[in-house]
Design a protein around this ligand. Structure first.
Ligand code: TRP
Length: 335
């Protein structure tokens, strides 16, 4: 890219909901690190989104620190990207209000995640859960992000962000960039090892189905050995072989080998050998992440320096855009 050409802005966020899974890693955080050279990247820990479901405060604080340490351990460089904590940057809440007044009750009612989550927590259908996508729109629009890496479950929220941005621009004059989704090229979706028709998730009842990026080697290998496959014996990628397909995807992501190469490598070998190989490859791949994490989480001063730098940089960028939005909406300028 020529030096004087402005890089596109990427923003993404992840909720601090406890240990990250292999699915979070492959689907999101691993790609965050890769994008840093080609884009101006902003990455945040979405602690404000986390409290739309009930949280234990001490646990949330710890999860937020750990989530921040984890993204750095996975290669997000706090000197190269803006890596920050959402609640530390007041512009998100400020823009949230403005955007809420340009968002319709009807469109929020149609969000499938709201419907799912309120069905799951019928005793706590709070207003924050309902307006969650507005805050997400504020996260994105406060930086005029061009691209937003998201999983499929967030595509509807991104679509809403575009609609709200467009409405605001029409009502008050051009300000916000309409963001596009950035869907990573491959291996975006990792399935449960216990039920390969379902997405790998920490809320999976069967914990053998879910690999955490901080699991130790023995645990990782044990979980892969128990992975559900099929009654065939040949390692090949094919429709209906969800378990094997998932293992091949995972192996491909951590080794860089393609499916043909993997099929050849395991020609004449059984599922048992393949599962062990995948387990070992995953644990080798995650070893440096785990080592980095252990180092970073025990160095509170370093962690604090990193997120403070990120918070300040994020505030500096978003303050300008949010001030313009306030002005356009008719608020008296602060002097
Ligand atoms: N809602 C996202 C999730 O749960 C996290 C998130 C919050 C986010 N704000 C964002 C993602 C802005 C992308 C952009 O996965």
């Amino acid at each position: 890219m020529p030096e004087n050409e402005k890089k596109k802005v990427i923003l993404s966020g992840i909720q601090p909901s406890g240990a990250f899974t292999l699915g979070n890693y492959v689907g999101a955080i691993k790609n965050w690190a890769k994008l840093q050279d080609d884009y101006d990247c902003l990455y945040m820990i979405a602690d404000m989104h986390a409290i739309t479901v009930r949280q234990d405060p001490a646990k949330l604080r710890q999860n937020t620190m750990e989530a921040y340490a984890a993204i750095v351990a996975c290669g997000v460089d706090p000197e190269n990207s803006v890596a920050f904590i959402q609640s530390h940057v007041p512009t998100h809440a400020q823009l949230n209000w403005l955007l809420a007044c340009s968002t319709q009750f009807g469109e929020l009612s149609r969000m499938t995640q709201f419907k799912d989550k309120s069905a799951k927590h019928p005793d706590d259908i709070n207003a924050g859960l309902f307006t969650y996508p507005v805050l997400m729109a504020a996260d994105i629009l406060a930086y005029n992000a061009d691209l937003v890496p998201v999983g499929v479950d967030q595509k509807q929220h991104l679509e809403l962000t575009r609609n709200v941005a467009q409405r605001f621009n029409q009502r008050y004059g051009e300000l916000f960039t309409l963001p596009d989704g950035y869907i990573p090229p491959k291996g975006a979706k990792i399935m449960s090892l216990a039920d390969p028709t379902k997405k790998m998730s920490k809320s999976d009842e069967n914990q053998n189905g879910c690999i955490y990026i901080l699991d130790d080697k023995d645990t990782i290998i044990r979980k892969f050995k128990r992975a559900v496959t099929d009654s065939e014996t040949v390692v090949r990628y094919a429709e209906g072989k969800d378990g094997i397909n998932n293992l091949m995807t995972i192996y491909s992501v951590v080794t860089g080998k393609n499916y043909d190469e993997i099929e050849r490598e395991f020609d004449g070998k059984g599922y048992g050998d393949f599962k062990t190989a995948v387990g070992e490859a995953v644990s080798d791949h995650l070893k440096p992440v785990k080592d980095n994490f252990d180092r970073i989480i025990s160095d509170k001063k370093y962690l604090q320096e990193c997120y403070t730098r990120g918070d300040e940089a994020a505030f500096k960028i978003s303050r300008k855009i949010v001030s313009k939005a306030y002005h356009k909406a008719g608020f008296v300028d602060r002097t």
